[in-house]
Design a binder for this molecule. Structure first.
Ligand code: DNO
Length: 395
């Protein structure tokens, strides 16, 4: 198991030397400034890698091992005739990364939106803050702020009433904040930031794209990139749709164990793998995380370890809980990953990272990337490290 840490680059308030102190050995990063659909130039990858490795001679080593993510151009997801140059560019980026020895790539295939939360400062009973997704607030946004065409058809009478009640209590500031949280972006998202009218336009492009069509477009993309990835010794790790279900009438196809079975039946190439994002899959009660870690063990190239606690009455709402105290059986997940790794006999370590952390202590008054606080993630990593050590010790 290799302990990794996500670094957003020179602007990240958590510096490489800070990361060194967490005990992580590997960096997860990306070239966020390169526009979607363009090749990542070799020189830019080398320069970014040099930033990571700059102080390695005097200090403990850090190495850029995982890319999260190379964005996938919307035209590929839409299966447009003009998408070939974007697929070729993705392959070009992969080739340049391989030249630098970076062999694990996380990516996702979520149309229009990337990961989505409604609250970025949800107060916990201990005074810290977490990220939260609230289904009623989300519905209030969809129905009454975005006013998406035919949105009512996606909600029951009860859901409509709840969304209405939530909306009626919202101030203009609340509405602006919710809008910003949902469509203008969270750190590391791989889609564009929008204003409301661009967002409506982006959604409407998917009107005739069913789940089957989106799958066909993913498989077309994969059938071109996987043979190359295999040849280069790259591991591709698709990230699930977060939250894992259809939203805004958009099809989402990487949400459940069944979705993964469909993926691997269609594209069995061993380079085809997953990011086991425990928090994302775990935000559905029908995903059994330790079981998924066992069933898809050989396909797991990367794991995001965090948990969520779902609301009792509304299982689609959740907050990001303590790493070891949530609805996700984290110890069970780690045990399954360790077992899988053992079975690989040294050929294929699994990269893990503490995915998100609470905003606590000194970080409460610091500016940072939501979910990517230093202290909260450090706490998560330390807890996960303890579980790994303990499980390894007992065998
Ligand atoms: C959120 C992350 C996402 C993820 C991308 C993967 O914290 O898990 O930003 O990096 O969706 O492509």
């Amino acid at each position: 198991m290799r302990e990794a840490w996500r670094w957003f680059g020179s602007n990240d308030p958590v510096s490489i030397n800070d990361i060194r102190q967490t005990g992580a050995t590997d960096i997860v990063s990306a070239l966020h400034a390169i526009p979607t659909g363009e090749v990542w130039p070799l020189a830019d990858i080398q320069a970014h890698k040099a930033l990571v490795e700059k102080d390695n001679t005097e200090n403990s080593s850090l190495v850029w091992s995982v890319v999260e993510s190379i964005p996938v151009h919307e035209d590929i997801k839409l299966g447009r005739d003009n998408c070939q140059p974007y697929i070729d560019a993705w392959i070009g980026s992969m080739e340049n990364l391989a030249k630098c020895g970076i062999k694990t790539i996380c990516y996702n295939f979520m149309p229009v939106i990337d990961w989505t939360r409604t609250d970025l400062k949800y107060q916990l009973p201990n005074g810290g803050y977490a990220l939260r997704f609230d289904q009623d607030k989300f519905a209030a946004f969809d129905l009454f702020i975005l006013q998406r065409e035919h949105a009512e058809a996606d909600y029951s009478a009860d859901e409509l009433a709840k969304a209405k009640a939530v909306f009626s209590t919202m101030t203009e500031d609340d509405k602006a904040l919710l809008t910003k949280n949902i469509i203008a972006g969270l750190p590391g998202k791989m889609t564009d930031a929008y204003n409301i009218s661009d967002f409506r336009a982006a959604l409407s492009q998917y009107q005739n794209i069913s789940k089957d069509i989106l799958r066909k477009n993913l498989f077309n993309f994969l059938s071109q990139i996987l043979p190359k990835a295999e040849q280069l010794g790259m591991k591709l790790a698709i990230h699930p749709d977060d939250p894992p279900r259809d939203m805004f009438g958009l099809p989402r196809i990487i949400c459940t164990a069944e979705d993964l079975e469909i993926l691997f039946a269609a594209q069995p190439n061993p380079a085809n793998g997953i990011t086991l994002c425990a928090g994302t899959y775990g935000s559905r009660p029908d995903n059994d995380l330790p079981q998924m870690a066992k069933d898809f063990g050989a396909r797991i190239h990367f794991a995001h370890l965090r948990g969520v606690t779902r609301d009792k009455d509304e299982q689609r709402s959740f907050y990001e809980a303590e790493h070891l105290e949530s609805d996700v059986d984290m110890v069970g997940v780690i045990a399954a990953l360790l077992k899988e790794e053992k079975s690989r006999k040294g050929a294929g370590e699994i990269f893990i990272r503490p995915d998100h952390g609470h905003q606590i202590l000194d970080d409460i008054n610091k500016k940072g990337n939501p979910g990517y606080s230093c202290i909260g993630r450090l706490k998560g990593l330390a807890e996960i490290r303890g579980v790994i050590k303990a499980l390894k010790a007992v065998g």
